[in-house]
Design a protein around this ligand. Structure first.
Ligand SMILES: CC(C)(COP(=O)(O)OP(=O)(O)OC[C@H]1O[C@@H](n2cnc3c(N)ncnc32)[C@H](O)[C@@H]1OP(=O)(O)O)[C@@H](O)C(=O)NCCC(=O)NCCS
Length: 193
């Protein structure tokens, strides 16, 4: 199985454009991102927030998807696999048959990036996909002049904290009672490029 990435804001024509973009595909992509978000994330956005964020100037949407061959694959075999750079297939065209396995949403202002959400579908976690997405976004945006990468994460979210630490993020502040649902604290983390 190959995995692929699509920058939703930079694809040409932009699937999100009202004037001739592929609205059906965008609708499918956002819908699938929302499903993954509901299944895997504890900080819940509603569906409208995805649409609004997509329209916002300065936002970025990276989508990770598997080719349609995934549907016929033997899941037990896939579960043994850890993805690396060599598994990336840049040429594949995304279509309604593609399986979305993760996404990364961020927002850039001046020389700062604010990471808003990075989520991998449950069955595809711990296979290197989060790392590939983070690596791709940080590299591209560093080259484009982003110097500071910020994020907030629940103090209980060990997998995410480990991922960010692996990429050189450092804790710089604790926000007490940051999350509405359970009053959990947030770690504020930053990486300087
Ligand atoms: C956090 C998340 C995006 C990580 O993506 P992933 O594809 O599973 O991560 P990777 O396989 O690339 O792993 C990267 C590192 O993260 C850490 N990690 C991943 N899964 C972990 C787990 N279950 N327990 C502890 N650390 C874990 C490890 O340090 C790992 O590095 P290693 O493989 O060298 O040990 C994913 O777990 C997820 O979608 N979680 C739910 C949504 C979420 O909480 N997002 C973050 C919001 S701030």
């Amino acid at each position: 199985m190959k995995i692929n990435f699509l920058d939703l804001k930079e694809s040409n024509p932009p699937p999100s454009a009202n004037n001739g973009g592929n609205d059906i595909l965008t609708e499918y992509l956002i819908g699938r991102m929302f499903d993954i978000h509901m299944e895997s994330s504890r900080t819940l956005w509603d569906r409208k927030m995805f649409d609004e964020e997509l329209k916002r100037e300065g936002s970025g949407f990276l989508i990770c998807y598997a080719d349609s061959g995934f549907a016929d694959s033997d899941n037990s075999r896939i579960s043994l696999k850890k993805f690396t750079e060599k598994d990336i297939e840049p040429a594949l065209k995304i279509g309604l048959q593609s399986l979305i396995v993760g996404f990364f949403i961020y927002y850039n202002v001046l020389d700062e990036m604010h990471i808003l959400d990075i989520t991998v579908s449950k069955e595809m976690q711990s296979k290197g996909i989060g790392s590939l997405m983070l690596n791709m976004v940080i590299k591209k945006n560093s080259e484009a002049g982003i110097k500071h990468f910020f994020l907030e994460v629940r103090t209980s979210n060990i997998a995410a904290i480990n991922l960010y630490k692996k990429f050189g993020f450092k804790i710089f502040m604790l926000r007490k009672n940051y999350y509405d649902d359970n009053g959990e604290d947030a770690l504020c983390m930053v990486k300087e490029s």
